[in-house]
Design a protein. Structure first.
Length: 52
């Protein structure tokens, strides 16, 4: 999370592993306010990327 804009100025612990995970990972929207239409949109994008 320290790579996200909101957390960049806070102290952190660790080394480059977390940066590599952030660089190669995927950040998905989440939360209790994620609506059904947004969920469908995310699902459709991921399905298109992974061919399912």
């Amino acid at each position: 999370m320290h790579c996200q804009e909101a957390y960049k100025t806070l102290p952190r612990f660790g080394r480059s592993v977390s940066e590599k995970l952030f660089e190669w990972g995927i950040c998905l929207p989440s939360g209790s306010n994620l609506g059904k239409s947004s969920l469908r949109q995310v699902s459709a994008i991921l399905s298109g990327l992974f061919g399912r």
